[in-house]
Design a protein around this ligand. Structure first.
Ligand code: FDA
Length: 439
């Protein structure tokens, strides 16, 4: 696509979910919008999402579905642009979708439908794109003269303007001028390998750190840091958990077994499938709980969430005293799993040979299975990044920085991470829409 502008009302860095939404909204409000991205094509994670069917939102969305150091932050944006607003656009484009369990909405055809829709909305707003674009530097411009030296520049001129060469210097210099940076700077210079672009508003929509091979970078976090905006330390979320070496030895043979379970960690409970893998545990319930898990935490798993195993064993003990424990258990759990969890000596015993206390112990082993994971698989396989730009420094209504006027952050780069189930994309749509209304 040929580039017609080097001066825009709005430059958005990141042509992903939130950046495209922001671009479409701002463009349709009449703003001159330029989107920059280092990737070859827009919306890589949208295309990967939901096993390429894009779980684009959820019928049930509230602040309780999100993790953040500021749990109230997401409320305003989710209200201003809700799941119903996104569904309305989907319907306008006649995109076929279906509801799966837990209110999750997926495309019937392909995630491409969602990306095409966003690009069509951008086209309506005459949004320009510069893909394959490496961003070298961002600098504030003062008093309508684009005079700030590079934020990262080592050398400035000796005249007064060049005192503003670094962000820290810029802030202190500007404070010295009239005590408020927002009344000083008039925009941003974005220098790239495709030239220098100027914008009144700059939106950072560069997403989280997960799946580096998809083009994820810490650009957004670094930009925030350079502008003196705090960061909540990032870590991988919605990610498989790995096992400690001892447990790995025992459980790696179970690879491939999947079953519905209830998983608890730090007061959060998720009931969905768990999956044993070569490295540890995965499946939706584990991915969900991984976002509440911190190194050293124990997780507790109920492998039979619909059952009171103790009552069942007591009843069977009365009715079928000669039955072996493993025969009873193998009707309700995979045999390989029972063998891994229970001592062989116990498995082979008949029900009449085991005491009521042992029935209780067996129930606890299977319904209150306590496990201390060794770690997570990290950003390589994580679906989302927890932490990010500190929401306490951002307006929850507009996504604008409180400190640097005209600087916005949207989507996953912020310290908001949703549950599995369409919540992260909805956050991208909602936050992108709010910024798009304001830039
Ligand atoms: P997003 O990641 O979409 O976009 C960031 C953009 O910034 C990219 O285009 C990238 O190239 C660009 N960029 C990064 N660094 C840059 C730099 N230095 N210079 C220039 N450009 C740069 N969520 C959900 O709700 N439902 C789902 O089904 C799924 N499924 C899913 C599957 C997989 C495999 C993953 C990894 C993630 C999901 N997610 C999901 C999460 C969801 O995809 C994610 O939260 C949103 O895409 C975040 O939107 P953003 O706009 O914040 O970033």
């Amino acid at each position: 696509m040929s580039l017609n502008i080097n001066k825009a009302d709005v430059v958005i860095v990141g042509a992903g979910a939130s950046g495209l939404m922001c671009a479409a909204v701002a463009g349709q409000r009449g703003r001159k919008v330029l989107v920059l991205d280092h990737a070859k094509r827009a919306g890589t994670k949208i295309l990967m999402s939901g096993g390429s069917k894009c779980n684009f939102t959820n019928y049930e969305i509230s602040a309780r579905n999100y993790f953040s150091n500021n749990p109230h932050f997401c409320k305003s944006a989710l209200k201003q642009f809700s799941q119903w607003d996104f569904i309305e656009i989907i319907n306008r484009y006649n995109i076929p979708f279906e509801e799966r369990e837990h209110g999750q909405l997926f495309c019937i055809n392909s995630a491409v439908d969602i990306l095409d829709m966003l690009l069509a909305e951008c086209k309506k707003g005459f949004v320009e794109f510069q893909m394959n674009c490496a961003i070298n530097d961002i600098a504030l411009c003062c008093n309508n003269t684009q005079f700030f030296e590079s934020m990262t520049s080592e050398h400035g001129n000796q005249n007064e303007k060049s005192h503003c060469k670094g962000v820290d210097n810029a802030i202190s210099h500007c404070k010295g001028v009239d005590n408020a940076i927002d009344s000083i700077h008039s925009g941003f210079n974005i220098s790239t390998d495709k030239g220098i672009f100027y914008a009144k508003s700059l939106v950072i929509s560069t997403g989280g750190l997960s799946i580096p091979s998809s083009g994820a970078t810490p650009f957004g976090l670094k930009t925030a840091e350079k502008f003196g905006i705090s960061i909540v330390p990032p870590r991988a979320g919605l990610v498989p958990l790995t096992l400690q070496p001892g447990d790995k030895k025992i459980f790696s043979d179970l690879s491939g077994i999947a079953l519905e379970a209830s998983v608890i960690c730090t007061k959060h409970t998720f009931r969905e499938n768990i999956l044993f893998t070569h490295r540890g545990l995965s499946g939706p319930a584990i991915l969900q709980i991984s976002s509440c898990w911190n190194p050293g935490d124990e997780i507790m798993i109920d492998l039979l969430p619909d059952l009171n195993l103790f009552e069942l064993l007591v009843e069977q003990k009365k009715r079928n005293p000669n039955k072996k424990l493993k025969t009873v258990l193998s009707k309700i759990l995979p045999k390989r799993l029972i063998s891994a969890l229970l001592p062989v000596s116990l498995e082979e015993k008949s029900l009449q040979e085991i005491s009521l206390k042992t029935c209780g112990d067996v129930s606890n082993m299977l319904q209150k299975w306590r496990l201390k994971p060794g770690g997570t698989e990290g950003y390589r396989t994580a679906e989302v990044t927890l932490g990010g730009v500190d929401c306490n420094e951002i307006s929850s209504k507009t996504m604008e920085s409180n400190k640097i006027k005209g600087l916005f952050f949207t989507g996953e780069v912020l310290d908001i991470a949703g549950w599995l189930g369409g919540y992260n994309l909805q956050w991208a749509w909602s936050s992108g829409w709010c910024a798009g209304q304001t830039v």
